[in-house]
Design a protein around this ligand. Structure first.
Ligand code: GLC
Length: 549
């Protein structure tokens, strides 16, 4: 089938279902709540939705531990509620993509239960190994908790889990498992779903022989399971047998991917097997590899990451653009400033919404939600966060360890969306499943709807502009003042117009240099978060100028 690449015109909104909106007032976000808010999402200018997992799941990793791929969890409203949302989204011209989590399943999945009993054909659905004497099958680490192996008393062997203990890695080398994946893909595509965000898909092919890793000091095994030997081949198979038959899109989560590696999969030629990849580099401007290893924010690192992805994919592949998702703390609290919450939220939006690619907005980002600072580590729900507190950096004082979580925990972006200033932030009439950020009285959708200068209305304006300005979609990208550690300046240009984007990441006033080839006096200032015409930028000021040719 001819691929339309419709995703290039879209702006996506990511829903993390548990915390979006509770429609039946049981304390948990659900699809009834999503249905109520479809017009709201549309009003932002978004025309696509990515759902984090909605499938039945024991919830050890908030739905990323799936126990049935072909259903929708009752707690979210079940299949009827999903079909209603899917239709409602389509009627409004919005695409819907699902999360595909096939590196692992929950240990509650039927396949696993049968596999541990060696019931055919499930015996080799997972990665089972005997121990080596008293030792584990190899020295690989889990990315969430401890080592990557757990002994199973029923089967008397170890199974691999690169994430939580209850997330067993599938054996993708088994053709039967790949057939199951294709069945899942067809099931949802036939229902009308428009594509998939593929969870840690670059981990699905493990190096033959599962050798010990003597290279990596931590995250042992990473080099052997990320971009493994058969990854391209398996993706090609999914593409050939399924995706190529539908006008759909694929977005692959790809930890530590470089643009060069990404192009092996997303280059728009006959070998293309994915449409876009989720890179992590733009998340690493204030940390080393993971959010828990916090460092001072460096704008130069961030700019380098943005420019490298913009430049290296130019004319070859398509970028996915994002600043937040359910796996990282909130950006206002990281690269922006809580003191200048409103200004910095707008600036952060501007810095990425005018780049080339398909932008994604994570729920709550559009009102400038910020981090959550619990007083007790046990208030954290996330499996990875708890492990970090109780098992990593344990020599530090309890205060320092808690501070590590404030910087690093993804629970900061998982607090319920703040809809209004009523009890539970209007998320639910019942006590929510998770804590509401205390700032909901000041930061909420209702207040921002009625304020023309709000972050919410700024997002609407920026998205509208993005859709109107031809140079945003296909224009060239050029960065200026690369050495500045305070201001990010870039130009987008096509044959009709030039767009100059200026974003200050600095908490005081700072000057900026207009690029020599941009005639600012003949240009129009179309978007800004201050009313300031001087060449001195206010804290976190941003401006977008357009020069028609
Ligand atoms: C991905 C998801 C994350 C999940 C992990 C394991 O990184 O985005 O939320 O915990 O995979 O499935």
């Amino acid at each position: 089938m001819e691929r339309n690449r419709w995703y290039k015109d879209k702006v996506f909104y990511q829903i993390w279902p548990r915390s979006f909106k509770d429609g039946n007032n049981d304390g948990m976000g659900d699809l009834y709540g999503v249905y109520e808010k479809l017009d709201y999402i549309k009003s932002l200018g978004c025309d696509g939705i990515w759902f984090s997992p909605l499938y039945p799941s024991p919830g050890v990793d908030c739905g990323y531990d799936i126990s049935n791929y072909l259903d929708i969890a009752e707690v979210f409203g079940g299949m009827d509620a999903f079909k209603k949302v899917l239709d409602g989204a389509h009627q409004r011209g919005m695409k819907v993509i699902m999360d595909l989590v096939v590196n692992h399943t929950s240990t509650e999945h039927e396949w696993f239960k049968k596999s541990r009993e060696k019931i055919e054909p499930y015996t080799d659905y997972y990665i089972w190994r005997p121990g080596k004497g008293k030792k584990l099958p190899n020295n690989w680490d889990s990315l969430f908790e401890g080592k990557a192996w757990k002994y199973d008393e029923v089967r008397k062997e170890y199974y691999m889990h690169l994430f939580a203990l209850e997330q067993a890695d599938l054996n993708m080398d088994n053709p039967l498992v790949r057939e199951e994946v294709k069945k899942i893909l067809k099931f949802w595509l036939d229902m009308g779903v428009d594509g998939f965000r593929e969870d840690v898909i670059t981990f699905i092919s493990k190096k033959e022989g599962l050798p010990n890793d003597y290279i990596m000091p931590a995250s042992k095994g990473f080099l052997y399971f990320n971009h493994g030997p058969h990854l391209h081949e398996y993706l090609e198979e999914f593409n050939k047998d399924v995706f190529s038959k539908y006008d759909c899109m694929t977005l692959a989560e790809a930890p530590m991917v470089t643009p060069k590696k990404a192009l092996k999969y997303i280059k728009e030629d006959e070998h293309q097997v994915l449409d876009m990849m989720i890179q992590f580099k733009t998340q690493e401007a204030d940390c080393l590899f993971t959010d828990f290893n916090h460092m001072p924010f460096s704008l130069r690192r961030l700019k380098k990451a943005y420019s490298s992805w913009q430049n290296k994919l130019e004319g070859k592949g398509w970028n996915m653009l994002y600043i937040e998702n359910h796996d990282h703390p909130r950006m206002v609290s990281r690269y922006g400033s809580e003191q200048f919450r409103k200004e910095s939220a707008k600036m952060l939006a501007t810095s990425y919404l005018f780049l080339k690619g398909t932008p994604f907005i994570y729920q709550g980002q559009e009102i400038g939600m910020s981090n959550w600072y619990p007083s007790d580590p046990l208030m954290y729900e996330d499996v990875q966060t708890r492990w970090q507190y109780f098992n990593v950096a344990t020599k530090k004082s309890p205060e320092k360890r808690l501070e590590r979580l404030w910087h690093g925990s993804r629970d900061s972006s998982r607090t319920p969306v703040q809809w209004d200033d009523s009890e539970n932030a209007g998320f639910s009439k019942q006590k929510p499943w998770f804590y509401v950020n205390e700032n909901y009285k000041e930061v909420n959708v209702k207040q921002q709807e009625s304020d023309s200068e709000s972050v919410l209305n700024f997002y609407r304006k920026a998205i509208k502009l993005r859709k109107e300005l031809s140079a945003v979609k296909y224009g060239n990208y050029k960065e200026y003042n690369k050495c500045s550690s305070k201001v990010y300046t870039y130009l987008r240009e096509d044959d009709k117009q030039k767009i100059l984007v200026v974003c200050s990441y600095y908490s005081k006033e700072t000057s900026f240099n207009v690029p020599k080839d941009f005639d600012i006096t003949s240009s129009k200032l179309v978007l800004t978060n201050y009313n300031n015409n001087s060449l001195v930028l206010k804290p976190y000021e941003c401006r977008v100028y357009v020069l028609e040719k």
